[in-house]
Design a protein around this ligand. Sequence first.
Ligand SMILES: Nc1ncnc2c1ncn2[C@@H]1O[C@H](COP(=O)(O)OP(=O)(O)OP(=O)(O)O)[C@@H](O)[C@H]1O
Ligand SMILES: [Mg+2]
Length: 215
Amino acid sequence: MQTVSLLNSKGGCGKSTIATNLASYLANGGARVGLMDLDPQGSSTTWLKARPGMLPRIQQVDEENLQQLHQELDYLVVDFPSGIRGPKLARVLDQSNFCIIPVLPSPHDIRAVGAFLRDVLRSPAVGNGRCQLSVIANRVKLHTLVYQSLENFLSRLDIPFISTFRETQNYVRTAAHGLGVADMPRTQLSTDLDEWRKLVGWVKQESYSLEREAV
Ligand SMILES: Nc1ncnc2c1ncn2[C@@H]1O[C@H](COP(=O)(O)OP(=O)(O)OP(=O)(O)O)[C@@H](O)[C@H]1O
Ligand SMILES: [Mg+2]
């Protein structure tokens, strides 16, 4: 099982949105997927409860069933609360195969993520390559100056900058019904799905190479 964690010390950057959409994208591709919500706000749990039964199944994972489901899942997507730093952050990264850090195009978010990334890069799990990192831009309005500064900032980091997700009500509308964009008719979403393909490709390629290394 590959564990994919959504992290950022800053609130509201899209951790739950990316976690739920990633889980739905992977499940639509036939993977056995679990979603673990470690945020007391419970956004991902609420999303999963609303998910229609006829859609590709995503298993709710909690501390109690984690051990049992470990063998049964291909991916565990974990939605974290904001504000995780220090030793707790190091432990979380040690238990993750992949860590995705969503960042919003706003001066405050860009400044705050710099300090967070320094913490992340200092963790032993990232240093020894056990946990792979990536950053993504979220809620983007292309062709704006603030997006340009976010893109410049993320491109200069020594961390893969994988996807840019635009600001669209699709995420807001689908969230209330337990859906991800991968559950929607393809024609409405071609630009969004290209970016999702890149992110899922990153998660899958890394997991395949880890499996090859293990063999
Ligand atoms: N790409 C997007 N386009 C439009 N709205 C978005 C997008 N991504 C997230 N949102 C909206 O932004 C708000 C915050 O997103 P979300 O809850 O996923 O962030 P979060 O990082 O999980 O927040 P928290 O730190 O409170 O857990 C939500 O209302 C969500 O629907
Ligand atoms: Mg959240």
